[in-house]
Design a protein around this ligand. Sequence first.
Ligand code: PLP
Length: 400
Amino acid sequence: QFRPARRIANIGVSEILKIGARAAQLKREGRPVIVLGAGEPDFDTPDHVKDAAVAAIRAGQTKYTTLDGTPEMKAAVCGKLQRENGLAYEPAEITVGAGAKQVIHNALMATLDEGDEVVIAAPFWTSYADMVIIAGGVPVPVVGREENGFRLDAADLEAAITPRTRWLMLNSPSNPTGSAYTPADLRPLCDVLLRHPQVWLMSDEIYEHLCYGNFTCTSPVSVEPALRERTLIVNGVSKSYAMTGWRVGYGAGPRALIAAMAVVQSQSTTNPSSISQAAAIEALNGPQELLKERRASFEKRRDLVVQALNAIPGLSCRKPEGAFYAFAGCVGVIGRKTPSGEVLQTDADFCRYLLEEHDVAVVPGSIFGLAPYFRISYATAEAELRTAMTRIARAVEALS
Ligand code: PLP
């Protein structure tokens, strides 16, 4: 009989994927489901990036590459960090993996011993906790309060740190809340970290290019350069350049960490796809104008969604600074009854009701570590978003 390893025994298939599968099934049955679940831009990969991949294939770049990124790819990452973040990194301080996800996995596998703790700023991308568990660690979520824009509070961080704490995982702009940290928000967190030299910082900046209004994203390493020697900056091309399927992410950090991560990658996937790296080099080095256009369109969608949510009695949503997620509170619908007589007891009940009876797929906040909320991914055409918001309004109206 099959017996899974203890390290994965309590990890289920991602709830987001399950909701996506149910939505797909309803669609196949002919239902007009609108899916606001997935964390994926609806835009296509830019043509000049696709062309670079085709050229790479034609030029025979179809073999193994250097283990953790080609020299050209690492140079492109160094160039990006210097140009956009004012941070100087050497190629030996850069690692390239099959998505930011592999970079995070490598870092955790390379550093965690059984029982080591990882503080995770919550609400958080669900994968963080599961990846920590797979690496043998213990996730320690610390919830940011909504009044504080869901941001991690420095005193709460300090209280969560123990001698076993190895990492703080921070994600700005955040999945699922869209909240982002200003330098002033980061300062007190940096101060706490300075007092605890055993704690490294994993700064997931994958939504960096998706900041709205006059908000600009800042890396904690820019705020406190002394943290550079124990920070892993995580980033990638998936979200910024609409390249989720290409699987290229990168990390920047101290050489010893980068070398240890290469050991993990060398015994799992080896190099990320040679063709995808060629495409990612073009994304990083090529024209960047498209980013602005796409950012403007995401910003319009954010405004539309947040406004619509706040107009629905019982729901509320703070205006996020970035990413393409809105994290809405739904405490006002909990305890109410659906037309078929079900009492909504949790945010998951509410999300199921929205999907099964009103054809909108969203994800409950509980899976990100905070309830009762739900996450809307607004990386979807405006017309669809409008229809979805109307459906959610009707769904709430129908409750008694
Ligand atoms: N980090 C965060 C916060 C994410 O939301 C995601 C994707 O959903 C990733 C990392 C992974 O991105 P990649 O496609 O580069 O693996």
